[in-house]
Design a binder for this molecule. Sequence first.
Ligand code: F0G
Length: 449
Amino acid sequence: MKTIIEPFRIRSVEPLRHTTPEQREQFLAEAGYNLFLIEAKNILIDLLTDSGTGAMSTEQWAAMMRGDESYAGSQSFFRLKASVQELTGFRHVIPTHQGRAAERILFHVMCRPGQTVPNNTHFDTTRANIEQAGARAVDLPCPEAADTQARHPFKGDMDVAALERLIEAEGRERIPLIMLTVTNNSGGGQPVSLANIAAVKQVAASHGIPFYLDACRFAENAWFIQLREPGYKAWSPKQIAQKMFSFADGCTFSAKKDAFANIGGFLCTQDDRLADQEKELLILTEGFPTYGGLAGRDLEAIAVGLHEVLDPDYLQYRIASTEYLGRHISEQGVPIVQPPGGHAIYIDAGLMLPHIPRQQFPAQALAVALYRHAGIRSVEIGSVMFGDHARHELLRLAIPRRVYTQSHIDYVVEAILEVYARRRLIRGFEIVSEPVFLRHFAARFRPLQ
Ligand code: F0G
């Protein structure tokens, strides 16, 4: 059969609510044209993020009933630990309430002021936590990533030559760790090849620098390796994922992505001394090391999710569904980051709206236009989010896991094509108020004429 179906059936549903164009205009004005400030009940299709928004399975809900809520030594922790260790091989598994908590603990233990942490592309919380620790976050995407239209199979790769130049220039002692984000979220949800993971590991090891994965979307990355990297056709996603982790000295992980959990994360390391320091910090702000800010039932959901996400039927559907959205809009001329990513499609708003200069936030303008037209919420990944570090003005349509069906995606395609047909009428924005931190979430805008 050629038709790829959702590999699940649905028996608990959540109604969606339509709004009128007049209502949406009012919600936009009240929210200062920042979609983070619109109440979710006024969103028809929510593609703000794939993080914590997935649907859990019957097996996950069943496992949650087994949650052991003991303060110390919870059985749920040991089930999670076994699940993580089977996949990653890491000695220490430290649960946290989500990915950024793992990042904060890792960087506070490993980084000193004046140091530099390279990554293919840092996610915004990763960058902020490194900077908060007094260090510098440097992005080293591969050269192919600069052209959003280039169809390279592994545009998430790190530029290994640039990494070597950075180590040469800074000196090994100023680089406390090297990270790779799989898939590269801020760089268009693009995968990283095993060859690149191995090459980065080799450079790191030759200088004695620890190498970590930001592993949020490890399973989607593994699927792309099976599809696109020579030599892995016969490997299962799990075997590929295990191979990816085998190169790393540790990882940070947000279980809100490729573990189908609504909350949770963890930090892993092979280093006993670091693990002790990390657990001390964990106790200060997250909780005891066998729960790390989560309920026992959350640990159970993650343990099961890590297993389910590697199901080839699920991954085939997941990647095909994202690709479907990307193909149907790009065939009609909408410029997207090519090839389509794993968890999201990114429209290059800079290319689509050349009449809006970047100081007037073209991707924000497109996000507003799409909500206004069809009640769809997306997110700006450009100058609002990253300020001067932004390389492109992207609009991300992130697809929650196992939540929307094909007709929802068809509706999104139709809406984007209608907005695209009227793109010349879209106008930019200026920021009228912004907090010092977190401009993305709280800035308010004014439409320009
Ligand atoms: N690293 C990456 C690559 C991420 O995409 C995220 C979150 C995090 C770390 C932080 O994890 O949210 O559990 O604290 N990304 C979400 C997104 C928020 O919308 O892409 P968290």
